[in-house]
Design a protein around this ligand. Structure first.
Ligand code: NAP
Ligand code: 3JM
Length: 340
């Protein structure tokens, strides 16, 4: 018989993504019986508020997943590598927010607006991967255009918020801004350079091909989610001194000619998207407006006449919500509706 309420484990509950999981589960009235909050020894024993009650944070351990139905994971890639398979073996379906399993062929990589049917593949390993934040917002905006005119090539440059690098990164930007205004030396532990009043063209580590791992996540994940290896993708990922929401300048070339007007119409009717595009009135998406919102915002839609079928656009979304926790909870909603 179908369950009415589910037992949910949250691995990394005290982090940026974990805290957003709690907020979104509350806001969307997710049907929860028991909730188990998990973190490292640093936070074990502390308490977090959930639905008006104090919930204790437990140490993530091998035994934690017995009797759990769904595990929402964001404890970092190396921790997911160890504990996601343990949870999966205990019968808990893991929705993992790290990069650990995304490209494994027998693990679905899912954005519900784009490839919801892939969720059925979870049965192979009991793990579903949540894509990288920058990939999610881009494919939500590009899939409806791909369906209408087939995208051949994507050139993307990102402007990524510090919240994507975790709670310590958010503190680093705040403390550097304060230090600089007080003529004090800055402290630098998370980012490779000063992030306050700067832009850093490096996110994650460099690979042998000269791209960063973050850039290659966008290249490879986009093809897997769109189910089309022939789409060419090239990316430059940049960290900017913004607290919340990633922005992306995206240039696409399509097989069939599509006008800016058509793109606006298609995107206006597509799920999860809000078009904000009224240049005459200075209306376009900006990170300060996207923060705390669920939608992927698209604006500055215009034709690129330097190639036969080119379009430029500007895509902004809250990286911790649609880019991470919201997307994972939406996957969980499909899971309980159709499979568990
Ligand atoms: P964060 O703010 O630094 O939080 C990290 C969380 O992981 C904390 O709850 C921390 O617990 C926990 N943790 C760390 N090491 C652990 C261990 N050994 N055992 C158990 N728990 C451990 O980072 P975040 O921004 O939430 O991101 C966490 C991870 O989510 C990232 O590393 C990344 O893989 C993924 N992520 C994905 C996306 C996406 O695009 N889908 C976006 C952002 C992040 P303590 O309080 O005990 O330290
Ligand atoms: C976003 O533990 C780690 O190495 C996590 C690094 C990280 C990732 C990742 O690779 O999982 C930080 C921020 C991501 C991500 O979503 O890919």
């Amino acid at each position: 018989m179908k369950k009415k309420k589910y037992n949910i484990a949250i691995a990394g509950a005290t982090g940026m993504v974990g805290q957003e999981f709690l907020k979104i589960l509350e806001q969307r009235y997710f049907p929860i019986d028991k909730i188990k909050l998990l973190a490292s020894e640093r936070s074990a024993g502390s308490k977090l508020a959930f639905r008006g009650k104090e919930e204790k944070v437990h140490l993530l351990s091998e035994e934690t997943f017995e009797g759990m139905d769904i595990g929402l994971f964001s404890p970092g890639a190396s921790v997911s590598k160890i504990y996601a398979p343990i949870a999966a073996k205990a019968g808990c379906v893991v929705i993992d927010n790290t990069s650990q399993f995304r490209m494994e062929p027998d693990i679905p990589l899912v954005v519900p607006e784009v490839n919801p049917k892939a969720i059925a593949q979870y049965k192979k390993r009991n793990i579903i991967a949540n894509p990288n934040c920058s990939t999610i917002q881009m494919v939500v905006a590009l899939k409806p255009i791909h369906d209408a005119a087939r995208i051949k090539r994507i050139v993307v440059s990102t402007y990524q918020a510090v919240s994507g690098a975790g709670k310590e990164a958010v503190d680093e930007l705040s403390s550097q801004v304060r230090a600089l205004f007080n003529m004090k030396p800055i402290e630098k532990n998370i980012f490779p350079h000063q992030i306050a009043f700067n832009c850093i063209p490096q996110i994650d580590v460099f690979l042998e091909n000269g791209y960063t791992k973050e850039e290659m996540k966008m290249v490879n994940e986009t093809k897997k989610i769109m189910g089309d290896d022939s789409i060419k993708v090239t990316a430059t990922a940049v960290r900017v001194p913004v607290f919340n929401s990633h922005s992306e300048s995206v240039n696409i070339e399509t097989e069939r000619k599509i006008t800016a007007k058509e793109v606006k119409k298609i995107l206006s009717n597509a799920p999860g998207i809000k078009v904000l595009d009224d240049p005459a009135n200075k209306v376009y998406p900006m990170p300060i407006d996207a923060a705390e919102m669920d939608e992927v915002f698209v604006g500055r839609i215009r034709e690129d006449d330097t190639v036969p079928n080119g379009i430029n656009m500007w895509i902004v979304s809250d990286n911790i919500r649609k880019g991470a926790a919201l997307n994972a909870v939406q996957i969980a909603e499909v899971l309980i509706r159709e499979y568990l």
